[in-house]
Design a protein. Structure first.
Length: 268
């Protein structure tokens, strides 16, 4: 049994590491980061690898996110060293390298890692941890936490992108009212212009310029089409086609809803 103690210690360290990274990911998501970015930053900080991307500015400039990352770095250094030490001890301390003990250790190690992997992928655990993290952030910080990915339905075909306006783009040197992006189902959330204060919720008279970074919200395929759209008559034609397509989709949805209503009224 003594030879199994290091392996059990390893499992505990790994389990705690998985939980710490998962909780930190959820905490970062609740501060406004996307789940993918939050997960990457949490894992990077915990392992000490890859935390040098330009996206790290979004984390380090935010006081609550910075505290989360600092705590992850501290816990990560201690956890990795402990895990490796426990793993080495589990095989060094076997009775004179008895092959049976070694294979038993490998079996326990494999089974334990499989269980930990299952726990780390559990939606049930995710849901309860998310509630716990949200409560803790509301209790001990003055941050208005919200899962923006869920609020904006970013997992249902919608997305928020930053698009840099170039000289050849359809958007360049045109005001928002004339572009009529809302007819395509695209909302302009803000404009980041070099040398100028951030323009939040821009009005129709806001004129886009080359070099502007536009924050857009809408369906993925529409935004991708807009990003590739070039100035000129071809760009105008693409805009009209996108509007017609959206109108057609809306009409089909209305017909479907009317049909469901009629079926509900005729049901006994």
């Amino acid at each position: 049994m003594a030879s199994f103690i290091p392996i059990i210690s390893l499992f505990i360290v790994i389990l705690m590491s998985l939980m710490v990274v998962r909780i930190a990911t959820m905490a970062l998501v609740l501060t406004g980061l996307s789940h993918q970015l939050a997960q990457f930053q949490a894992r990077s900080a915990f392992t000490g690898a890859g935390f040098t991307t330009s996206e790290s500015d979004k984390v380090t400039q935010h006081p609550v996110r910075r505290k989360i990352i600092m705590l992850l770095m501290l816990l990560g250094n201690a956890g990795i060293v402990t895990a490796m030490s426990s793993l080495m001890l589990s095989f060094i301390n076997t009775r004179e390298n008895d092959p049976v003990d070694i294979w038993i250790n490998f079996g326990i190690l494999g089974t334990g890692l499989a269980v930990l992997w299952f726990v780390s992928r559990s939606q049930w655990v995710d849901h309860r941890l998310n509630n716990l993290v949200e409560w803790a952030l509301r209790r001990w910080t003055d941050l208005e936490v919200a899962d923006y990915s869920s609020l904006l339905h970013l997992a249902h075909g919608f997305m928020v992108i930053e698009m840099v306006v170039e000289e050849t783009d359809w958007l360049v040197e045109r005001d928002l009212a004339g572009l009529r992006l809302s007819e395509e189902g695209v909302l302009v959330l803000g404009v980041d212009r070099p040398g100028v204060d951030y323009i939040g919720i821009p009005r129709g008279h806001t004129r886009l310029q080359a070099g502007d970074t536009v924050i857009l919200y809408g369906q993925r395929d529409v935004l991708m089409n807009l990003d590739e759209r070039r100035a000129g008559s071809r760009g105008n034609w693409d805009h009209h086609r996108a509007v017609d397509k959206r109108i057609q989709v809306q009409l089909e949805q209305d017909e479907l809803e009317k049909g469901e209503e009629a079926e509900g009224q005729n049901a006994p």
